[in-house]
Design a protein around this ligand. Structure first.
Ligand SMILES: C[S@@+](CC[C@H](N)C(=O)[O-])C[C@H]1O[C@@H](n2cnc3c(N)ncnc32)[C@H](O)[C@@H]1O
Length: 268
C-alpha cells in the first residue's frame, strides 16, 4: 500500500485520486487539497484533462462495442466518482436489461456511487480492491448479481496505473481474466509516459502524497496486460484512435507517440 494511503478511511487532508480525477473532468466533488495537487500535475502535464475526456469517450465506445458483441454483464473496477454517461447508462442505451457492478476501494466513491448509480435492480455498487481480484470474483453480492458462467466485460479504465509493480499488476489482470467465462472481455486503459518520460517522476511524487500511487509506465510495459486475450481491432492504441466515431484526421493532442493507451480483448 502507498505509505500515504489512508487505508480506505475518508481523509479530507490527503489528496484523493478519485477527487483529483473529478477536478480534471470539471466536476464539483473535490476539495482544496485535491485541487492543489491536481494543479501541480497540470503544470507538469497540461493536456491531462483532454486525455481524461478521451478516456470517458473510450468508455462509451467500448461499452457500445461490447454490447454489439452480445455482452450483457459489466464489471467496472475502479469505477470512480459518478460523472456523465456511466457504464450502466451507456449499456442501457445499447443493451437494455444489462447488469452492471461498480467496484471501488474508496469509501467516498462508494457513498456517491450508491446514492447516484445504484438506481435500479440492474446495478450493484460493491466495495473491492483490484489488488485482491479473488475477493471481487468470489464476493457473494457480486456473484448474486452477475452470472460468471456467462460472458462478462471487465473494465479496468485508468486504474492499473495505480497498481505498483511490487503488487504484480500483470498477475492481477491475468487472475481476473482466468476467472471469466470464454467470450468475456477485458477493456483496459493506462497512461503511457513515452511522450513525456521527463515529467513522470514529478507526477509520481505528487500522487505519492495522495490516496493512490501513480506508476509511470512506457507502452512496452502496458502491452503485456493484454496477454492471453484476443485483441479486438485496432489493438492497443491511443484512446482517440480506438474505433473513433468520426475518422481521426489529426491527433487531438500534438503528440505522435503513446500517451494514454487502451484496448479491448476477448477471453478465449
Ligand atoms: C482515475 S479514477 C478512474 C475512474 C474510471 N474508471 C474512469 O476511467 O473514468 C481511478 C479510480 O480507481 C480507484 N482505485 C484506485 N486503486 C484501486 C484499487 N486498488 N482497487 C479498487 N479501486 C481502486 C480510485 O478510488 C478511483 O476511483
Amino acid at each position: 500500500m502507498n505509505p500515504a494511503s489512508n487505508g480506505g478511511v475518508f481523509d479530507p487532508s490527503t489528496p484523493n485520486a478519485a477527487r483529483m480525477y473529478d477536478y480534471f473532468l470539471g466536476g464539483k466533488d473535490n476539495l482544496p487539497v485535491d485541487r492543489a495537487a491536481a494543479e501541480q500535475v497540470l503544470k507538469l502535464v497540461p493536456e491531462i484533462p483532454v486525455g481524461i475526456r478521451e478516456n470517458r469517450a473510450f468508455l462509451c465506445r467500448a461499452v457500445r462495442f461490447l454490447a454489439e458483441q452480445g455482452v450483457r454483464q459489466f464489471l467496472d473496477i475502479g469505477a470512480g466518482l459518478p460523472t456523465q454517461r456511466n457504464v450502466h447508462q451507456v449499456a442501457a442505451e445499447y443493451a437494455p436489461g444489462s447488469r452492471t457492478v461498480y467496484v471501488d476501494n474508496d469509501p467516498q466513491v462508494l457513498t456517491h456511487a450508491r446514492a447516484l448509480l445504484q438506481d435500479s435492480p440492474q446495478v450493484l455498487v460493491a466495495e473491492g480492491d483490484l489488488r485482491r481480484p479473488e475477493e471481487i470474483l468470489h464476493d457473494h453480492e457480486v456473484r448474486a448479481h452477475l452470472d460468471f458462467d456467462r460472458p462478462i466485460a471487465v473494465l479496468l479504465l485508468a486504474i492499473v496505473h495505480f497498481i505498483p509493480d511490487a503488487e504484480d499488476p500483470r498477475g492481477i489482470v491475468a487472475r481476473l481474466r482466468d476467472g471469466l467465462a470464454p467470450g468475456s472481455h477485458l477493456a483496459l486503459s493506462h497512461v503511457a509516459v513515452d511522450e513525456r518520460p521527463q515529467a513522470a517522476p514529478a507526477v509520481e511524487r505528487v500522487y505519492n502524497r495522495a490516496s493512490a500511487q501513480f506508476v509511470a509506465r512506457m507502452s512496452g510495459e502496458i502491452a503485456p496486460f493484454f496477454d492471453g486475450l484476443d485483441l479486438a481491432e485496432p489493438g492497443m492504441v491511443n484512446l482517440h484512435e480506438w474505433r473513433p466515431d468520426i475518422p481521426v484526421v489529426a491527433p487531438v493532442l500534438e503528440t505522435v507517440g503513446s500517451y494514454f493507451l487502451c484496448g479491448v480483448g476477448r477471453v478465449r
